[in-house]
Every structure is written in C-alpha cells, then in structure tokens.
Write a protein that binds this ligand. Sequence first.
Ligand code: ADP
Length: 326
Amino acid sequence: MPAIKTIGILTSGGDAPGMNAAIRAVTRSAIFSGFSVKGIYRGYRGLITNEIVDFKTQNVSNIIQMGGTILKTARCKEFQTPEGRQLAYDTLRQHGIDALVVIGGDGSLTGARIFATEFNFPIIGLPGTIDNDLYGTDKTIGYDTALNTIMECVDKIRDTATSHERLFFIEVMGRDAGFLALNGAIASGAEAAIIPEISTEVDQLAELIQNGFRKSKNSSIVLVAESPVTGGAMALAERVKNEYPGYDVRVSILGHLQRGGSPTASDRILASRLGAAAIDALLDDQRNVMIGISNDNIVYVPFSKAIKNDKPINRELLDTLRRLSI
Ligand code: ADP
C-alpha cells in the first residue's frame, strides 16, 4: 500500500449537527500529523463534478459551534453506478488524494464500502446522522443535539396540551429507528413512544392514555417515529380520533427543525474525538472501517458490520418509559 500523503474529506447524505466539528477535527489532526487535506464539496457529487479545494487549518476556524456542514451535502444517484464511481476515482487521482474520510449515515457508508472495495481505496467513515441507527457505535454525531431539540419542542407543546387538556401525537425523525422517539419521550416525560421496532396496537395505546386521564392527567403526549412501520403521527391520530371520538387530538410534525442548530457539547466532543481517531486509524493502516464509540472507548467497526446489522433498541428504556408514565 503506497504511503498516504493527501486526505480528502466529505460530508454526505442527511446533514447532522456536529458534522462541522468533525470536519475541523479531521482537518486539524491530519495537518498535525503531516498530511495535506482537501475539502470535497457536496458529498459524492463533488467527486464527480470536481468541487475540491485545499484545506488549511484556517478553513475550519470558527465552525465547531455551527450546525449543518460547511462542505455542503448532497444525494448523488450517479455515484450508485459503476460509471459514476469511475469518474469519482479519476477525480481523486487528479487531485492526488490517496485516502478519504466520509462523514454520513447508512447510505453514505454503503457507498464508501462499495467504492473502497471496487478501487482498493482507503476510506475511513464517521457516523454522522441524527438517527443513531448505525451499528457498532453507542452514539452517532448529531443524535444528542436532535434529542435535545426534540425535548425542547415537546416541553413547549406540553404547555398547550396541558392548557387545553389535549392528546398530542408528535412525529419525530428516525428513519426506521426508534432512538429519537423513545429517548425523546423519556427526556420530555411523554406518555408513550411508538417506534418501528415494537408493534403497538391502537387499543393498547388508548388504554394507556385512558388510564392516564383517569388518574388525573390532563394532557397526554405520544412521540411517534416517522416510519412506514408506525404509519406516522397523522395516520395514528386519525385512527385514535375515529375509535375514541372523546379525545381532543392534535398532531405536530417536528420535521427538519430536528436537524438544525448548534451542536451540544456532547456532539462536539464526540465529533472531535471521532475525527481525530479517523486520522489515527489511517496512521494505523486501518482501512474501510467506521470509527465508533463504545463504552467511551474509540472502536473500529468494519463497514459491513456498521451498515448491515440492525442496532437494537434497549428494551429497558421502553419499560422505564412505561413505568414513569402512569
Ligand atoms: P445517509 O448517508 O444519510 O444515509 P443517503 O442514504 O441518502 O444518506 O446516502 C447518501 C449518498 O450515498 C447517496 O446519495 C449515494 O450517493 C450514496 N449511496 C447510498 N447508497 C449507495 C449504494 N448502494 N451504492 C453507492 N452509493 C450509495
């Protein structure tokens, strides 16, 4: 394997708060270790359209506190074709880039895995997604910030729910993973969480809510993970309304505001540690791994494991939510 001199860095897929802190950490630790760094704009698309600039330490000054990603992000269909990936490879060669750090979610790391195998190209992945749905890492970059945003929003909705004695269904992101809904529900004192991992029947839910109202609660909040499995908050609310017309039901879909905002201290520290570890991994001759965190230790997770395995929900959390919502 020839020695690595120049490292390219890109962010891809859905943006997540803390991606900038990760870009900063990768850039600065790479330069610290004597590498050159190139910033690739708009994810894999920038590799095809040749949007690449030299990155110095100043390029990443004053960004640790910013949400979004200064490198921009994109979804790129062309990268899913062998022809597109060939173009991407040619661009990398043209810029003398000998290794990549890819910050993104499940899709981005799937692309990284395919590309790395196809061209025998060294890639290190960083888990950047608010969904926390990558296996092998306790947390993904952006998850904690999104969780805090959800908690703040639910606190506000609770004021209305209590004043009007309403039942609110609040839809949160998660893309087939219930981490945001479940932990968001615990953090905001919600009555229940509907997540794709666990099936919940409408009558089960109604019973839970009814019990709550009977026991002097004057509002109820249910967090619903956006997913074809749960059907989403709107559909669930319709069913509850039809079957239990006595309830004053409302829906709130938090949507994209969950992705934005300044990253929490926890996300900035996570992104900084993972970013620095990405360079350690390259120095260590690691290839095609995602850097994760497990029990506060840095771990290397092969792409195949990070992408393919479903990350399990801790059932103890469900039980805790159930017990605390009486
Ligand atoms: P995320 O990384 O947030 O999961 P996406 O699923 O949209 O976001 O994936 C981001 C990008 O990764 C896609 O636009 C595409 O360029 C690339 N990608 C995803 N899946 C594949 C695949 N099977 N083969 C090649 N590239 C892929």
